[in-house]
Design a protein around this ligand. Structure first.
Ligand SMILES: NC(=O)c1ccc[n+]([C@@H]2O[C@H](COP(=O)([O-])OP(=O)(O)OC[C@H]3O[C@@H](n4cnc5c(N)ncnc54)[C@H](OP(=O)(O)O)[C@@H]3O)[C@@H](O)[C@H]2O)c1
Length: 302
């Protein structure tokens, strides 16, 4: 186990503590109970049979899944592996959580939508994924719902942290070496800072009180949870360059608009996949702040 300490009551098992979100969750969940966290290779979800035994041994009251196969383009050539990690494994986790009477928290993606609707997607809008990644993440949602325990699924979008290879860290890196940057104007969604997503998730857990599984059961379901508002990747890049606390290091002098077809990729991405988060905000009386504010705080923090 990566960490274990002596706080009372709640036993939390966090799967995937090295990813963008998992790394932050490890820090925000730690004050809430006894936190056990693990990642590959200690738990390899490609070998999904090992997961139930592992979860059973840990006997959590709360299971949080921050693992995923997130390589959107690579997934096109590794559909079985993407299915194992994104669809089958969450189903097994949800079933095991139910058997143990534990609550289960899982994350999904705006890429379950085709991006053709032209307005932010609500939870009642029909998914129609364009890629293996999107299809396998949708499969994971369905497996969890079928397992029928006490679950919360948070669909989020354009997650970034400055620790890992995210759009924000890439733009900052390019700005140090490329005089001209080209970013697409026709992909639109809501940038979501991994730290704030982790904070809101942990605030909910804290709010649930002593009977966490009972509370989650009462509120169980699928919720959209992403940075408020939306923008194109071009506008996002503009803000990253503007808010960069070390602008003196930038060599980029020109930011040019481009179209998705200018950068062919193996996977198709939805063009407008912003999420409407009203259901989460109204149900839990909290939400993620405007994406520009979160970006400013992220760049100042890291
Ligand atoms: N990133 C985005 O833009 C985005 C957008 C919408 C939704 N989401 C969703 O948000 C959640 C968190 O995403 P993220 O950006 O934090 O992902 P991430 O940084 O790619 O982290 C994924 C985690 O899964 C682990 N993992 C991958 N394969 C594994 C395996 N075979 N066995 C065990 N662990 C494995 C990784 O371990 P290693 O570090 O050792 O590889 C890592 O800890 C995911 O559910 C994702 O689908 C992400």
């Amino acid at each position: 186990m990566a960490s274990k300490h002596d706080l009372p009551s709640l036993r939390i098992l966090l799967l995937g503590n090295t990813g963008q979100l998992g790394w932050e969750l490890e820090r925000t969940l730690a004050p809430l109970g006894e936190l056990l966290s693990c990642d590959y290779p200690q738990l390899d979800l490609a070998d999904i049979e090992s997961a139930p035994q592992f979860i059973k041994q840990c006997k959590p009251d709360l299971l949080v899944n921050a693992t995923a196969y997130t390589a959107v383009d690579r997934a096109e050539s590794e559909p079985e592996l993407a299915h194992a990690i994104n669809s089958a494994a969450p189903g097994i986790m949800a079933a095991e959580a139910r058997r143990l009477g534990a609550a289960f928290i899982h994350f999904s993606t705006d890429y379950v939508f085709d991006g053709l609707q032209g307005r932010p997607y609500s939870e009642t809008d029909s998914p129609n994924p364009l890629s293996v990644y999107g299809r396998t993440k949708l499969g994971g949602e369905q497996e969890i719902q079928d397992a029928g325990g006490a679950y919360l699924i948070f669909r989020t979008s354009w997650v970034y942290s400055l620790r890992r290879d995210s759009f924000v860290s890439k733009v900052l890196g390019w700005s140090r070496s490329q005089p001209t940057l080209k970013l697409v104007t026709d992909q639109v969604s809501g940038p979501t800072w991994a730290r704030m997503l982790a904070q809101v998730t942990s605030l909910l857990v804290a709010r649930a009180g002593a009977d966490l599984p009972g509370w989650v059961m009462q509120h169980r379901g699928l919720y959209h949870l992403a940075g408020s508002g939306y923008c194109s990747r071009f506008e996002w890049g503009q803000e990253i360059l503007r808010l960069d606390p070390h602008r003196e290091g930038q060599v980029t002098r020109e930011l040019l608009p481009a179209r998705t077809e200018d950068f062919p990729t193996p996977a198709r991405r939805p063009l407008f996949s912003a999420l409407n988060c009203d259901l989460f905000n109204q149900t839990f009386n909290m939400g993620l702040p405007e994406w520009k504010l979160a970006l400013k705080l992220a760049l100042e923090a890291e």
